[in-house]
Every structure is written in C-alpha cells, then in structure tokens.
Write a new protein. Sequence first.
Length: 226
Amino acid sequence: MKTSTWLVVLSVCTLFVAMMPAQAAEGDGGLVPLKLKLPKPMFIGTPKNIQAPNLEKAGTKHQPVMVPADAVNLALEKSVTSSDNEPIIGDLEQITDGDKEGADGSFVELGPDVQWVQIDLGQACEVYAVVVWHYHSQARVYNDVVIQCADDADFIENVKTLYSNDHDNSAGLGVGKEKAYIETNEGYQIDAKGAKTQYIRLYSNRNTSNDMNHYIEVEVYGRPAS
C-alpha cells in the first residue's frame, strides 16, 4: 500500500478515536455539570469551633450534579408553603424569588425545632438537582437536613427521600447516610437523579448558632416530565 494511502487510513482512524468521547457524552443522555450563579461570599476564611455530629470537613469539595442541557430552575417564583405559615422574619415567597444574597432582608426565619418548607412545581417534572441556601452570612450548620419529593401536597403518594443527614433520626423521618455540612454562599447541591415529582419538601431542625430555621433560596433544576 502506498504511503499516501496509509496516511489517509491513519487520519480516518485518528478522527474516529477523537470522536469517541463526544459520542459517549451523547450516550449518557446529554447530561452536563450544573452551573450556578452564586451570590457574593459573606465571610472569609475557615470556620472555627463549629461543633456538630457527623460533620464533613470544612472546605470539602463536591462534584457538581449532572443535569440535562435544557434543565431550568423549576422552582423560580413557584408557590411555597411551610409547617410555619407565619415566619418570624420574611415571607415564604422569598424562598423562590431568585435572591440568593446573604444580607438582611434576603432570608426567611422559621420557628424552632423541626420545620419544613414545600415547593409546588406546578406539574409533574423530572428533577435532577435541588440546591438550598439556608443562611450564609455566618458559618453555621443546620441539623437534620432532609429533602423529600412526592406526587401530592400531603406527602402520601410516591414519597422519596432525596437527601438526609439526620444521623440519629431526631427528625423522625429515618436515619440518613449523608454528612452535615457548613453553610457557604455556594449553597448545597443534592442529586435528585431525574426523580419524577411535583412537590419538594425540605426539613431542618435548628442550627449551631440558634434554635431557628432559615432559608434564603431553594432552586430545583430539571424539566417538565414528558
């Protein structure tokens, strides 16, 4: 075979190998890393003297959750209800208003002990990521963070736990396997793995600074179910 012919064959083979990663990426359903627009950080440096059981190391880096390329924030401006319908500070609609800043006026304060907030996505959706900002102007840990989804507002039909760091079942929803974490301006991403659902409910049980429960913003990334 002539040298020129070998060069053509080699070029074709090289092109085929180069295309393989792209084809593999298409084969995984077109998922891409979730990219967030983050609020400015409110504290600098490493948090000190935070005492909480089952706590992950400060500064732990997590891989971004993978979502479809056409995923959007399904929670934006959606209806929010809560176990505490009269927040001490703020209004429930702030939880889905798009404001993730940590300054005064941007957060909602609920009463002590176990409380929850619930978002109605308006229709059945494929949910790939839930991102929560509890409070990030001060380093703190929220206890018994549990995130569930369901097909009905009363959380009876097809209830699934997407995330739980309740290590001792003190919230009464079962023992969770995840570690507690320190709040930052990056929020916390939960992989929902494409769960089909309409309602998202988030629990917490006080924090390491006081007995209250707080939310700045919750985002839910996915798309309407086909």
